[in-house]
Design a protein around this ligand. Structure first.
Ligand SMILES: *Cc1c(COP(=O)(O)O)cnc(C)c1O
Length: 405
């Protein structure tokens, strides 16, 4: 039976979608590995990876196969019943990390929402009802629910929606003295991204993370790592905290966790998890068998020393190519990041051209991202081919020449 589809174009976006995004003028219809095709059949190399989501590229055969098999088995039950994929995924995630317990949800914001609620519940029920202060950082991003967007350090995203959740303070990132100045026994938690993603690909220093750990220990506060963007192999370790000597008390993962299928997780230790009881938190979809099956298959592929070494190798290729471009055009002041979370900061002279460069790149057939107001961000597939990197960089260079002349 053939289904007649009504033709649909980019113009429909401006008519029927809530006007909160400004998507590109073309409509992608197919992806394979690190390549994407639009409605006109034009091919793009993908350096954006669905914003650090497509860790294994588009339509990875193992994930497609897993999704197909699970789709004929069981899609959804709700948490009135448990299911095998969720149990297997939780066992593997806890075995691979410091954590003993997992909570599954559907997005990064929901994983962080759960983390902040757990932290508040833990400190107020076990230590003091006044222990509610959450310390977070300028330019941080933790999602768009009202609690998470308020914890995030960008008032422009949290203003305009009425009274905000209270007792949240923001201080400069990588500034331990600023944290010390607001840290006290009423502090419930510090939440930090090991590398600020949306904020401009800004790595936390090892001294900063060590200092946060010490302050949390001194004041019986919890240290929360938001690894929604840095997790699942993105930095060359399964989670970014594994590069450092610091271990968080709560960790959140999303984006690459399902390789494109929506799923997120909050991970924590048993002594913290045990304050929660049936009813203190929940979700209808979280831990759904389809999502967990795909995430398990994805984790099995990513949590492998060879794949993770490949991420470090690809980092070298990206940085070398960006440095070569910079020698010719002098448009970056810094090339930062770890693994395949890389930011190239434009000089003040070129910062205003960020949008133009991204648009010119798309015209050349390259999908690129920004971060903050002046950073080009690269979050490709963790298994992108060397040849795709070379071709993508050639397109980036062409885009740059068309924009800066
Ligand atoms: C993307 C992101 C989020 C939000 O995830 P959603 O799935 O969009 O809710 C939270 N924290 C960080 C660090 C992110 O990069």
């Amino acid at each position: 039976m053939s289904v007649i589809k009504t033709p649909v174009t980019r113009a429909a976006f401006d008519e029927v979608i809530l006007p909160i995004y400004a998507p590109a003028q073309f409509v992608p219809v197919k992806g394979k590995g690190s390549r994407v095709w639009d409605q006109q059949g034009k091919e793009y190399i993908d350096f954006a990876g669905g914003i650090a989501v497509m860790a294994l590229g588009h339509c990875h055969p193992v994930l497609v196969d897993t999704l197909q098999k699970q789709s004929e088995q069981l899609w959804h039950l709700s948490n009135i019943f448990t299911n095998e994929p969720a149990l297997r995924l939780a066992k593997k995630l806890t075995a691979a990390t410091f954590a003993d317990r997992a909570f599954f949800a559907n997005s990064g914001a929901e994983a962080n929402e759960a983390a902040f609620k757990l932290a508040r519940y833990y400190t107020t029920t076990t230590i003091s009802p006044y222990k509610t202060k959450i310390i977070a950082f300028h330019h941080a991003f933790h999602g768009r629910t009202f609690f998470t967007v308020t914890v995030g350090g960008q008032p422009k995203y949290s203003d305009g929606f009425g009274p905000k959740p209270a007792d949240i303070v923001h201080v400069p990132f990588n500034d331990l003295a600023a944290v010390k100045a607001v840290m006290d026994d009423h502090t419930c938690a510090i939440v930090v991204e090991p590398i600020q993603g949306e904020g401009g690909v800004m790595p936390a220093t090892e001294e900063f993370l060590t200092g946060l750990r010490q302050l949390c220990d001194q004041h019986q506060a919890l240290l929360i790592f938001d690894e929604v963007q840095t997790g699942m192999g993105r930095t060359g370790k399964l989670f970014a905290y594994q590069h450092s000597t610091v271990t968080p008390d709560i960790l959140t993962s999303a984006k690459a966790l399902g390789g494109g299928f929506p799923i997120s997780a909050m991970l924590t230790r048993e002594d913290i998890a045990r304050v929660m009881t049936p009813g203190t938190h929940g979700t209808t979809y979280g831990g759904n068998p389809l999502a967990c099956a795909v995430a398990e298959a994805s984790l099995d592929i990513i949590n492998n020393p060879q794949l993770l070494e490949g991420v470090a190798q690809r980092h070298q290729w990206f940085v070398a190519a960006l440095e070569a471009i910079n020698q010719r055009y002098h448009l970056f002041t810094a090339i930062r990041g770890k693994g395949l979370l890389i930011g190239a900061q434009l000089t003040p002279k070129y910062a205003g051209l960020l949008r133009d460069i991204i648009q010119a790149a798309a015209e050349q057939g390259l999908l690129l991202l920004s971060a903050g107001s002046d950073v080009l961000r690269f979050t490709p597939s963790l298994i992108i081919d060397e040849q795709d990197i070379e071709q993508g960089m050639a397109k980036l260079e062409q885009a740059i020449t068309t924009v800066i002349g």
